[in-house]
Design a protein around this ligand. Structure first.
Ligand SMILES: C[S@@+](CC[C@H](N)C(=O)[O-])C[C@H]1O[C@@H](n2cnc3c(N)ncnc32)[C@H](O)[C@@H]1O
Length: 225
């Protein structure tokens, strides 16, 4: 059987800031960036999805798939439960597939602003630390694509950089914006996400928690009708 490398897995075209270059060190870096709280943070996100074992869940900008796999482990493949992680960076998907794919945990190279899934094909959509990698128009497109594939009443949970609420959070987020020369971070810390989420058709999101003074956990739903 051919592996991803031999098949020449290619990154998806996007204007988003992809992390192909960081794929092989990402699993070592993220626990440090999340100050040793990655498991608690991921578990909190999963709890907000209110899963049942037969759910189909889509993870946007999944990176190496730690969160996707945590979700899949709570689902039952025989009951149809499945988690799918997508990322525009082929190298992230290679690492995710190698380390975390299972019978009900799959990973695909895909841009969040242009999903290849059918309408109403997921029970929940989740995303962690992805939206600060894409500029406004792609934030909007990714939200509206997620809306399209989500079933009515389905849950959207987003964890991402937002208006900082502590001086340390403010320092970290403003330094990151300038250090990485990433205006997309500037948009997040100005607080654009709740309005964009609502504009895409979801209920107004609630902020359930804030981590490290600058990462907000948003939870909302696609209206039933
Ligand atoms: C900071 S990482 C977050 C990874 C993971 N969700 C986590 O919480 O650790 C952001 C990810 O978004 C991906 N990305 C950037 N632009 C994208 C796009 N337009 N569509 C899908 N993924 C994208 C990057 O390649 C990167 O893997």
């Amino acid at each position: 059987m051919m592996n991803d490398k031999k098949m020449g897995l290619k990154s998806a075209p996007t204007r988003g800031r992809t992390l192909d270059h960081a794929a092989f060190v990402y699993d070592a870096l993220e626990p440090v960036l999340l100050l040793g709280k990655q498991a608690e943070y991921d578990k909190h996100i999963v709890s907000l999805l209110d899963l049942n074992e037969s759910n189909r869940v889509l993870d946007l900008g999944c990176g190496t798939g730690v969160l996707t796999r945590m979700i899949a482990d709570r689902l039952n493949a025989e009951a149809g439960g499945k988690a799918i992680g997508i990322d525009a960076a082929a190298k992230m998907i290679q690492v995710a597939r190698k380390k975390r794919a299972t019978v009900n945990c799959a990973f695909e190279v895909m841009a969040a602003e242009s999903l290849s899934y059918e309408d109403v094909s997921f029970d929940a959509v989740v995303s962690s630390l992805f939206f600060h990698h894409v500029q406004m128009d792609l934030k909007e497109k990714a939200l509206s694509e997620a809306f399209r594939v989500l079933r009515p009443g389905g849950r959207l949970v987003i964890a991402d950089m937002h208006v900082p609420v502590t001086w340390m959070g403010s320092l970290v987020s403003h330094v990151s914006r300038w250090f990485f020369m990433q205006p997309q971070i500037g948009e997040n810390i100005r607080g654009v996400l709740p309005d964009l989420i609502e504009k895409a058709g979801y209920q107004r999101p609630e902020i359930i928690a804030t981590y490290f003074g600058y990462i907000a956990l948003f939870s909302t739903q696609k209206p039933e009708k």
